[in-house]
Write a protein of this length. Structure first.
Length: 89
């Protein structure tokens, strides 16, 4: 004795409603397996060490009250100055 396909689909739809799953009678690849997984963001973020304080952070915090030497910033400014001088020639 065979059960009609329509009856099986109704049963499958009711089952999906009861167990809060996705009704997919055609068996299409929807990506629900991936979407149900836990997010990896917090684990990946915890892998990398915390950001350390830079010279720029100190300068921003204390302003002109403290004089510091930021070598990367000086190189950046020199590069910009060379570029401007070269562009004007």
């Amino acid at each position: 004795m065979s059960v009609p396909r329509a009856r099986l689909l109704e049963l499958m739809k009711a089952q999906c409603q009861v167990f809060a799953t996705v009704y997919n009678p055609e068996g299409l690849r929807l990506g629900n397996k991936v979407l149900r997984q836990r997010l990896r963001g917090p684990a990946l973020a915890a892998y990398y060490p915390k950001r350390t304080v830079s010279v720029r952070d100190i300068n921003n915090s204390f302003g002109p009250h403290i004089e510091t030497w930021d070598e990367a910033e000086q190189e950046r400014l020199e590069h910009i100055e060379e570029f401007v001088n070269h562009a004007l020639c």
